[in-house]
Design a protein around this ligand. Structure first.
Ligand SMILES: [Zn+2]
Length: 414
């Protein structure tokens, strides 16, 4: 019964999204498609007042639930627009939700689930979105001066594979294609051992074409990147060419059509933050350092030393934003263990991340005092250390405040 209702909601949303993509109604990224009034009432017919958001509970969060939650958000809150920035090989939509002032000069983009098995990031950013709306409705005027755009699931086909194996795919063509990828890795023993087979699909990180979207951006670093797979796989394969994938193209179009002030990119796992690497210009690096300091202070996650880890690979979303687009951005790895991290971690992840967007918005609008506080503490700590080195002061305790500049070397990036 419940499943049937989801399917109705899903079918309705596919129809709405298809309409949005029809020529004349504008399918271009950058054009916000407002939910039609008749759509809203049709959606409300399918939901009762007792319905709640799927992202509010800690279950496995699916594409269908995302569709249902987008419908409920547009029904419950004013000033929420949803559209699709593109579709996938298996026929899903790449949803974008826009809140705040669409005409504002300051814009933030929040991206989640670019890697399939990291789908716990989707309910996280959906909670962030709802929280910003609740703050607005409680009198916080920040959203009048900023536009916040969310792409909560950039790899919905891959998410479906990680969650439901081949059954998650909608089209026979893609089922055949993914099956062929599995067959091509038969030397791993996937076909003889059901546990290995299930493990392989549960750990699926790529899109349904077997391409790692975070190694698919057409930067100068794409060609020299040593491909650890060399053919479609569950992870790491960089694709037949830079920018070959529909999902990569869609997010690039969105960034190119909007002047984002900054981008927050959620991955899982490790409780670490990538903020910059050597290819970013000085101004971008400084902005990223500030974003990273704020994020580290609020989440408790460590800042990764620039120059170590995956941020040097050269064709990630971060590389492209840093070096090609000059858009300040940070990548946060939420959760601990191995992806997909269990849903029981969602409440902790939420607690760690709930203040981040309000604080980044405040900083962007020049209304934050936290960054100054952090800088003052860093200065004081540095002075204490320098004084200690000259022998005039005995250092016997750690610098005051929480250490926001934990430097990690060569972490394992997801
Ligand atoms: Zn990732």
């Amino acid at each position: 019964m419940r499943k049937q209702r989801w399917m109705k909601t899903a079918a309705l949303f596919l129809a709405v999204a298809a309409m949005a993509l029809m020529p004349g109604l504008s399918s271009r990224a950058g054009t916000v498609i407002h939910a039609k009034r008749e759509t809203k009432s049709a959606v409300s017919d399918l939901r009762t007042s007792s319905d709640s958001f799927y992202f509010a509970v800690s279950g496995m969060y699916t594409y269908s639930q995302l569709q249902s939650d987008i419908a409920l958000l547009t029904q419950r809150y004013s000033g929420v627009s949803a559209d699709s920035i593109g579709n996938t090989a298996d026929g899903r939509q790449l949803y974008r939700i826009v809140i705040g002032n669409p005409a504002a000069e300051k814009k933030i983009l929040v991206v989640a689930a670019m890697h399939a098995r990291e789908y716990i990031t989707t309910p996280l950013v959906m909670r962030q979105l709802k929280d910003l709306l609740d703050r607005r409705d409680s009198g916080d005027a920040s959203l009048e001066s900023v536009c916040v755009q969310f792409v909560p699931m950039l790899d919905p086909d891959g998410v479906a594979i990680s969650q439901y194996a081949l059954d998650g795919l909608q089209t026979n063509a893609m089922k055949r294609k993914v099956n062929a990828i599995i067959q091509s890795w038969a030397e791993w023993g996937l076909l003889e051992d059901t546990n290995k087979y299930n493990w392989y699909l549960n750990k699926w990180k790529n899109n349904a074409n077997g391409v790692d979207l975070n190694r698919n951006f057409p930067t100068p670093g794409w060609a020299p990147l040593k491909d650890l797979r060399d053919k479609p796989a569950s992870d790491l394969y960089k694709g037949p060419s830079g920018g070959s994938e529909l999902e990569t193209q869609a997010i690039m179009r969105l960034v190119q059509s909007q002047k984002f002030s900054e981008v927050v990119n959620y991955h899982s796992q490790g409780q670490i933050i990538y903020w910059a690497h050597s290819k970013a210009g000085a101004e971008v690096r400084e902005r990223e350092h500030n974003m990273g300091r704020i994020a580290s202070r609020l989440t408790g996650y460590g800042l990764v030393t620039p120059g170590s880890g995956a941020s040097e690979e050269g064709c990630s979303f971060k590389d492209w934003l840093d070096a090609e687009m000059n858009v300040p951005n940070i990548t946060l790895e939420v959760g601990l263990g191995t992806a997909p991290v269990p849903e029981t971690q969602l409440e902790t992840i939420w607690t760690q991340n709930r203040k981040l967007l309000p604080e980044l918005i405040a900083e962007l609008l020049g209304r934050s005092t936290l960054l100054e506080e952090i800088k003052n503490e860093e200065r004081a700590a540095k002075e204490q250390i320098e004084a200690g080195q000259s022998g005039s002061v005995q250092l016997n305790s750690a610098p005051a405040g929480k250490d926001s500049s934990v430097q990690l070397v060569a972490p394992r990036a997801e």
